[in-house]
Design a protein. Sequence first.
Length: 187
Amino acid sequence: MHNRKLLNSELGRPSITEYKELPKLPIVVVLDNIRSQFNIGATFRSSDAFSVQSVLLCGICACPPSAEIHKSALGAELSVPWEYYNSTLDAISKLKADGYTIISVEQAERSISLEHLGEKLNASQRKEMEKIALVFGNEVFGVSQEVVDMSDYVVEIPQAGTKHSINVSVSVGVVLWEIFRLKRLNS
């Protein structure tokens, strides 16, 4: 069987202008003190792919325009709205006030394994999770304890290797895919 790769022109992707007008999933990605601009750029790219509402850059996160962010975002920093907050706690407080369910992606005592997120949440909790903010933490220290304490849920990506974690930009892609998949199943 022969499988010809599709050309970019055959993918039917919208222009940036068209994309901005399309409906978005009610998901906000919050970056808690991410130091690598390449990780920030990759986050924009995954956020574009899964049509999230916006990205919040907090603390030491660099902001566009940036050549390093652009290199890994491939222009997604232009299609995905973003805001900067000096403090992740301030961003989380605003999101809570706006009715978002806060989910930190972190290894914690009572975390929910990502693979079980859908089955762990009953119908009323799914309704509660209409608007979701996903928090991803610093490459070395993870999501700050203060932010974990403010979270409604903590989700952990199951792993089987010798390392304690996976790259934050990879985590963003994995978790966004699962939330995207769950939201499509429940719509």
